[in-house]
Design a protein around this ligand. Sequence first.
Ligand SMILES: Cc1cc2nc3c(=O)[nH]c(=O)nc-3n(C[C@H](O)[C@H](O)[C@H](O)COP(=O)(O)OP(=O)(O)OC[C@H]3O[C@@H](n4cnc5c(N)ncnc54)[C@H](O)[C@@H]3O)c2cc1C
Length: 413
Amino acid sequence: MNYDCIIIGGGAAGLAAAAYLSIYSIQVLLIERLDRVGKKILSTGNGRCNFSNREMSAENYGNKHEFIKKLFKTTSPSEVLDFLASLGLMFREESGRLYPRTMAASSVLDVFRNALQKDNIHTMLQEKTVLITNKNGLWQVKTESKHEYIAKYLIVCTGGKAAPKMGTDGSAFNMIENLGHCITPIVPALVQLRCNSSILPSLRGLRIHAKVSLLVNKRYVNSEVGELLFTDYGLSGICVMQLSGNAADALRKKAAVSLQIDMLPEIPDSHMISWFKDRLNSNSTNTVLSVFTGVFPRMLSQAILHEAAIPCTKIAAALTPLEVDALLNQIKRYSLQVTGTQGFDSAQVSRGGVSLDEIDPYTMESRLHPGLFFAGEDVDIDGPCGGYNLHFAFASGLTAAKSIVLNQHSEEV
Ligand SMILES: Cc1cc2nc3c(=O)[nH]c(=O)nc-3n(C[C@H](O)[C@H](O)[C@H](O)COP(=O)(O)OP(=O)(O)OC[C@H]3O[C@@H](n4cnc5c(N)ncnc54)[C@H](O)[C@@H]3O)c2cc1C
């Protein structure tokens, strides 16, 4: 059977596109390699699905903001939310992050599944697409089980390389490259970082509020403030995950990557000496360990003193100026060398994908092949934690679908 449009990949972007097209008399085939659609959606936001953010703006997408700005002209953030609401989804907001009212990711998937119950939407499960070709202006899609499907329009939204157990092992990028498209290097992002440091074994499992800065070849790149989690292999926590895409990119280029931790970001550098002297004075006859009581968990205080080569039993008043300097340095600028990431298996997204130069941001159509569209993580866009990746998947999927409806209608007139 021939279709008007084939969508490859039943993830967030593919479902949004299919749900939009379901409203129109466009024959759609949605092809998904797994035994169900939207498997990844179910594990997003710890099973609660943080699908967007009240603070949604193009600037959140870093150096890709110009592309997003144009995309948002076609499909504004509020249009994405209105569309989800039109499918029946009610929202709940927590610190700007948007979740389904039920706080269950299954609700997001269920509204999409409802929307696909239309005669014009056909879903093929357990069909892995292996080849895409174009003959005489029509897209031919071949699957591993030797089926062949043909359509005028094709939306490729097979996801990136993160979380391969959820169907996204990046194998689809070969098909896209075979069409002549350029794929920028793919690295894990929103992922934990592996670090080299003697402090780690003793702090495993400890969570602190910290400011973490990323340095590449000793140059400051960016920093994040938030929860930091020490693990046996390195560091985790939202602030580390936010820095991980840039770190992974730099590691790929064989640069020297390090993290600098400010364990007391509430106290600015300029106040640190007087703050510390006050604490020394009020604890002068106690051990130096007690200076940090009420500031850090005990095991962190011990680790800081150990790194500064100061015995925990030393009397506070006996600290030398050099020892004070060493301590303040450990607290405000503790440095760890980054040796790698926890890889695609642990990453929430991948960075890299179809080059933005080859996609029209107003339509998500390929600049190389008319009738071919890309959406979601296939595209060289990734956002921070907070609902920005799902929002991009939905916005780009809707934009591709809208362009197809417009093209189809203008041909019919
Ligand atoms: C654990 C986890 C938590 C996350 N939490 C959040 C969050 O709270 N908020 C947020 O914004 N983002 C979150 N993300 C990221 C977000 O889920 C993704 O960015 C988003 O799902 C990307 O949508 P997509 O449609 O591009 O790809 P996906 O949702 O990955 O879907 C791609 C689909 O294509 C299918 N496919 C792949 N290749 C083929 C092929 N050859 N043939 C047929 N089908 C194929 C796959 O099986 C898959 O179903 C999280 C990710 C993970 C892994």
